[in-house]
Design a protein around this ligand. Structure first.
Ligand SMILES: [Zn+2]
Length: 320
């Protein structure tokens, strides 16, 4: 390059004052086993710059690598990635503010699909994964930190995304006129896609937790269904809240009945109605959550760490 002419010699050092090649630096951070379309993943690197967020995005992909390795086809190329909180429309009415405890998600766009990977707060893959083949995208929208992806009759709402990344992603998503579609669930063990919510994987036989069981448990006591599905922190908060309400109810009911007889029960009536509302509401919420993805009975998504369940370790060695 130095021999090609004076202009290049002058331009290059000015754009890369640190002396490092940004492309090389970012490539070193990316997971080696995943093919990435570099210009789309790091649009600012073209100008010789690396933003802090670019490094974070590379790191995000590295954490998702154990899932990507298994879920992607051999020739599939990753175009972009970002992370945020997944929202189901009517969760907003009830537990919207508690969502970040349960719904952190890494979104990966490839040349074939949008992949959603449920993660913990440190972006490590956790319970389940979903996909949307690109030809099923009906419309996309969003402002600021929000992304909406409509497919068939469903709409995915994704929020808490870095604004620059939300903008870049929306620019990369094409809409089609199709009215057919919907998100697909991926088996968390073999990553076979299905349109339904089966109780076991048709391909590898992995068994999944039942939405019905989860719903019934939350109806009996709020939080129990979430605990069964694996959302422990979220469940703990719900169990504490519901226990306090039940304690308040009983501490109102008992003295009222003692002093006024059966008429006293009316005093605690509104509290009982509130409790019933919360039990039923949580049951419906748990049902929606259970149907959001396939929750394995025996293990979580592979994270590449030692804590991975033996089941997934075996799948590993078989696929390599
Ligand atoms: Zn499977």
């Amino acid at each position: 390059m130095l021999n090609e002419g004076g202009r290049d010699v002058l331009r290059c050092p000015a754009l890369m004052p640190s002396g490092g090649q940004p492309e090389e630096e970012l490539k070193a951070l990316l997971p080696a086993s995943i093919a990435v379309r570099f210009e789309e993943m790091f649009p600012s690197a073209r100008n010789g710059r690396i933003k802090r967020r670019d490094r974070k995005r590379a790191e995000m992909l590295r954490k998702a690598e154990p899932v990507l390795q298994r879920a992607l086809n051999p020739l599939e190329v990753v175009r972009f990635a970002t992370n945020g909180v997944r929202q189901l429309t009517w969760w907003l009415l009830t537990a919207g503010s508690m969502n970040p405890f349960a719904n952190r998600t890494t979104l990966v766009l490839t040349d074939r699909r949008v992949l959603l990977i449920h993660t913990d707060s440190k972006q490590r893959p956790r319970l389940f994964a979903n996909q949307l083949p690109l030809e099923r995208i009906r419309a996309t929208a969003g402002r600021n930190s929000y992304i909406f992806i409509r497919s068939g009759r469903e709409q995915l709402m994704f929020h808490g995304v870095k604004r620059s990344e939300a903008r870049q992603l929306r620019g990369l998503l094409d809409s089609t006129a199709t009215k057919n579609g919907g998100w697909q669930n991926l088996c968390p063990r073999c990553f076979t896609a299905t349109d339904g919510v089966p109780l076991a994987c048709e391909k590898c036989g992995e068994e999944f937790k039942s939405p019905r069981t989860a719903t019934l448990r939350s109806l009996i006591f709020p939080g129990l269904g979430d605990f069964y599905l694996g959302y422990r922190k979220y469940a703990a908060l719900e169990i504490i809240g519901a226990t306090l309400l039940w304690a308040l109810f009983l501490s109102t009911l008992v003295p009222a009945v003692m002093t006024k007889g059966l008429d006293g029960a009316l005093v605690a009536g509104p509290l009982l109605a509130l409790l019933a509302f919360i039990h039923i509401g949580d049951a419906l919420l748990t049902r929606a959550k259970a149907k959001t993805g396939l929750h394995s009975k025996d293990g979580n998504l592979p994270t590449g760490e030692k804590g991975d369940s033996p089941l997934f370790e075996r799948v590993n060695s078989a696929s390599w």
